[in-house]
Ligand binder design. Structure first.
Ligand code: S3P
Length: 428
């Protein structure tokens, strides 16, 4: 854990950045490549700590994975050929690794033990393990499987018809990945659409997945074949520069290679509704995940309400959107976002407490927060709670604050955006 003092003296931001690979897609490229038989090549892989944890876990299962820059190649005998790991699978800070791997390992031929860091040890796993147990999975763990460490004895699974109680792509993906190995057709019903990278990538690897009005179905027994994956830039990383470009004086920032999957692009809609000067130029390629070049300029912003089915489309962007709202005229209300409480930290408490230290007028509610703007931000010492997105929120606040902002732990930012501070230097 290393403290970082940020004194930027209110720069105007200018320039172009290429946004690094999407975390969700990078994880899945390795997971699917490991389940598949044959060779998978990945370009634009995110070298964030979370995704490196995923690579490490699959190496322990005997999958050959080479990393050269942001190119990754995976050579797998397929899930049937995995070795039983002799070591604990360590998932670090990564909820996606932990939850998706539960679904994958449940139907494998191996026994495994999985654990992560202190934050992972507090995050709820029953939301995944309950439906997996209904499919026949043998998983045990602390508090009857609610918390890591978890032990998974791979076994034969049966398909399930599951109505999702929360909008969660991690839960949906774990069930679908278990469903690949199950007898019968697995059905997942979503009230609110969560990110669909798993469905898209399953098709890329040769599986058939159907989706009709929030009902996703997948026939068990399908095998995956290695392929090439091009990872789009992560809109959740771009979000920090979209907001920085909108709130720093006299700024104009262009972000290239931003993934604009419609299940992830809620932040663009919010920026537009707040009056931001933003242009989105879609790239004309035929990738499974659409990308765009996005330009944002300093904008006069007005408060808004963020609620309902847009929430899963921007859940990871709420910390930085809250900072944006401190610079907008009027009230911003964020609701229906209680899922924030079970992220890397309780992001309702963390965002409200840390933005208050910076001088924001912000109150926590049961399922979100209310922000009254605009307020100038002052010098403060920010606690990141080891949460990368709280760290980056603090760093963007430092760009507009009167005086220095200190982060108690800046290293956690490498979980999803290792080049974040270099990118700030490039545009400031
Ligand atoms: C993710 C899904 C989301 C998101 C997380 C990544 C994924 O979590 O917050 O950062 O890759 O599937 P939930 O599925 O828990 O909402």
């Amino acid at each position: 854990m290393s403290e970082k003092i940020l004194q930027y003296d209110k720069p105007s931001l200018q320039g172009t950045l290429t946004i690094p690979g999407d975390k969700s897609v990078s994880h899945r490229s390795v997971m699917f490549g490991a389940i598949a038989t044959g060779k998978t090549t990945v370009e634009g892989f995110l070298l964030g700590e979370d995704c490196l944890s995923t690579i490490d876990c699959f190496r322990k299962l005997g999958v050959k994975i080479d990393v050269e820059g942001t190119n990754v190649s995976i050579d797998s005998p397929g899930i049937e050929g995995w070795q039983e790991p002799t070591e604990v699978l360590y998932t670090g800070n990564s909820g996606t690794t932990t939850r998706l791997m539960l679904g994958i390992l449940a139907g494998s031929n191996v026994h495994s033990v999985m654990t992560g860091d202190a934050s992972i040890g507090k995050r709820p796993m029953r939301r995944v393990i309950d439906p997996l147990r209904q499919m026949g999975a043998h998983i045990t763990g602390r508090a009857d499987g609610q918390y890591t460490p978890l032990a998974i004895q791979g076994t034969a699974l049966q398909a399930i018809d599951y109505h999702m109680p929360v909008a969660s792509a991690q839960v949906k993906s774990a069930i679908l990945l278990a469903g690949l190995r199950a007898k019968g057709t697995t059905i997942v019903r979503e009230n609110e659409v969560s990110r669909d990278h798993t469905e898209r990538m399953l098709r890329q690897f040769g599986a058939q997945v159907d989706e009709v009005s929030g009902v996703i179905s997948l026939k068990g027994g399908q095998t995956l074949t290695g392929t090439h994956v091009s990872v789009p830039g992560d809109i959740s990383s771009a979000a920090f520069f979209l907001v920085a470009g909108a709130i720093c004086e006299n700024s104009k920032v262009t972000l290239e290679n931003v993934g604009v999957n419609p299940t992830r692009d809620g932040i663009i809609e919010v920026l537009q509704s707040m009056g931001a000067a933003i242009t989105v130029l879609p790239n004309e390629d035929n990738q499974s995940e659409p990308t765009a070049t996005i330009t944002i300029e300093t904008s006069a912003l007005k408060g808004t309400t963020i609620e309902g089915d847009i929430i899963p489309r921007l859940i990871d962007e709420i910390p930085i959107l809250a900072l944006l709202a401190t610079q907008a005229n009027g009230k911003t209300i964020i609701k229906d976002a209680e899922e924030l409480k079970v992220k890397e930290t309780d992001r309702i408490t963390a965002v409200v407490d840390e933005l208050k230290k910076l001088g924001a007028t912000i109150e926590a509610t049961e399922d979100g927060m209310i922000i009254e703007g605009p307020t100038p931000l002052r010098s403060a010492s920010i606690k990141t709670y080891g949460d990368h997105r709280i760290g980056m929120m603090g760093a963007v606040a430092a760009l507009i604050a009167d005086g220095a902002v200190t982060l108690d732990d800046a290293e956690c930012i490498a979980v999803s955006y290792p080049s974040f501070f270099e990118h700030i230097e490039e545009v400031k």
